[in-house]
Design a protein around this ligand. Structure first.
Ligand code: ATP
Ligand code: MG
Length: 442
């Protein structure tokens, strides 16, 4: 047992809380009852209990038990064991999986499968424990509540019930120690506070700015996952403001943080927030959101800055764009494991931005049929939110998407004549192809 944390059981009886079986997944209830029939203790735990207490709708239901994974497996036909170091049981009902974890003794990152690591961080654990130990190895008090199927009470070992009522994210134990064990908890504090509309309790918030750099040593794959949860679950704006407020942005998105700082007009930050607002609206409407677009947005300030630097060095436009895109991606990969299937379309969205100012017929049609056109156009629209400069382009391309091919051709011809330009699509004009174009830098 951790010497620094003393669990103290408080039982909140059924008539004093609002967790109702009606709101619990029938499959999770099945698991709880079956464990009980098997002679074990089973509890609903973690995010689900917390969310139910504040009237939310949990997306998944986790169960904690004193049965070992093998014992769990013997109770359910539809059960498979996963995880190498710490084994977990998954009870599978069609598309719903109820995760059943045996109480465990020491702290970890909740992933159930962890590598050894130096420097005071939590190492691995494969030691089963008591419910008290299981409670105090969790991160926040609000996440350490247990709903018992035998009497429908909520078991609270860390003061979480009170904290949920006061809408507070409070780390269990000494905050600095807990962040050093697992720096990702800093992001979880911000993310969960944003999602639940909680405050981060003062002592829990205090060490964050100073410890933020520890995030650089966190596993890049985990940080990427955490980012997706933070920005693609409908609370992106609040999460971003939380990251800023608690000094986490430079650790998570270093180049974007630097670019925002040096952008005096604030246009880049405005655009970023506008984009995140759009993302939240899409999630609220059940529309799809893509990691590629999200990262195009999050790293756009960094891209613009890198591009400006290269331009100042006299690098040719198209080359500068390509190099800026690569540079930003490579640097960001040091902290975040952004898979190529997202980073490639992200770069395409950036590189397409410079093509919206081109109006030659062939280029217009080529861009319209580009697989990334829609995303790039949506991105252009966002840039207009930050600077009116793009209004003409947005208007043109909005029309172009709906116009028939003939109408668009006629319009482009008319425009060309009005401008008296020679440039057309005729074979003789090819030498003008590589002309300089306006760039995407803001
Ligand atoms: P969400 O609503 O986003 O799923 P959650 O609290 O359920 O939030 P999960 O990542 O699903 O978050 O984790 C389930 C539970 O595991 C948490 O409620 C917490 O008790 C525990 N846990 C998760 N991550 C950590 C961590 N880094 N350190 C300690 N405990 C953790
Ligand atoms: Mg969860």
């Amino acid at each position: 047992m951790r010497p620094d944390i003393q669990p103290h059981l408080q039982i909140v009886p059924r008539d004093q809380h609002n967790v109702s079986r009606r709101d619990i997944s029938p499959n999770a209830l099945r698991v709880l009852y079956r464990l009980r029939e098997g002679g074990f203790h089973g509890y609903l735990v973690g995010g689900a209990v917390r969310d139910l207490l504040i009237g939310g709708h949990p997306k998944d239901f986790d169960v904690a038990t004193n049965a070992t994974p093998e014992e769990v497996k013997s109770l359910f036909r539809n059960c498979r064991l996963i995880g190498r170091r710490f084994r977990l049981a998954h009870v599978v009902y069609g598309r719903e999986i109820i995760e059943v974890a045996t109480f465990r003794a020491s702290s970890d990152d909740g992933s159930g499968d962890r590598e050894l690591h130096e420097g005071g961080r939590v190492l691995r654990d494969n030691v089963y424990g008591t419910i008290e130990e299981d409670a105090i190895r969790r991160d926040f008090t609000a996440n350490a509540l247990y709903y018992a199927i035998e009497d429908f009470s909520v078991r609270d070992y860390t003061g979480g019930y009170e904290d949920v009522r006061n809408r507070l994210m409070r780390l269990i134990g000494d905050p600095e120690t807990r962040y050093r064990e697992d720096p990702v908890r800093m992001l979880r504090a911000v993310r969960l506070a944003a999602k639940l509309d909680f405050e981060i309790e003062a002592a829990t918030a205090a060490p964050i700015p100073q410890l933020a750099p520890l995030l650089r040593d966190a596993a890049p794959a985990r940080l990427f996952e955490e980012c997706l949860k933070m920005f693609l679950s409908g609370h992106a704006v609040k999460s971003f403001l939380g990251l800023e407020r608690h000094g986490l942005l430079p650790a998570l998105l270093p180049e974007t943080a630097a670019a925002l700082k040096s952008n005096r007009t604030g246009a880049l930050r405005r655009m970023l927030l506008e984009g995140l607002k759009g993302t939240d609206a899409r999630v609220a409407n059940d529309e799809p959101v893509s990691p590629a677009f999200l990262f195009a947005l999050l790293l756009w300030p960094a891209y613009c800055r890198a591009l400006a630097t290269l331009q100042a060095q006299g690098v040719h436009e198209a080359e500068a764009q390509r190099r800026a895109a690569d540079r930003v991606t490579v640097h960001q990969l040091e902290t975040l494991a952004l898979p190529r299937r997202f980073s490639l379309p992200m770069q395409e969205i950036w590189l397409l931005q410079s093509r919206f100012s081109q109006r030659q017929r062939k280029r217009v049609f080529r861009l319209l049929s580009h697989p990334r056109f829609r995303a790039a156009f949506d991105f252009l629209t966002l840039r207009m939110a930050a600077s009116e400069e793009h209004a003409d382009d947005v208007a043109f391309w909005r029309e172009a998407q709906t116009a028939s091919g003939d109408a668009l051709s006629a319009q482009l011809d008319a425009q060309r004549e009005a401008l008296g330009t020679e440039e057309g699509d005729g074979p003789r004009k090819r030498r003008r192809r590589r002309r300089k174009t306006a760039n995407g830098g803001e």
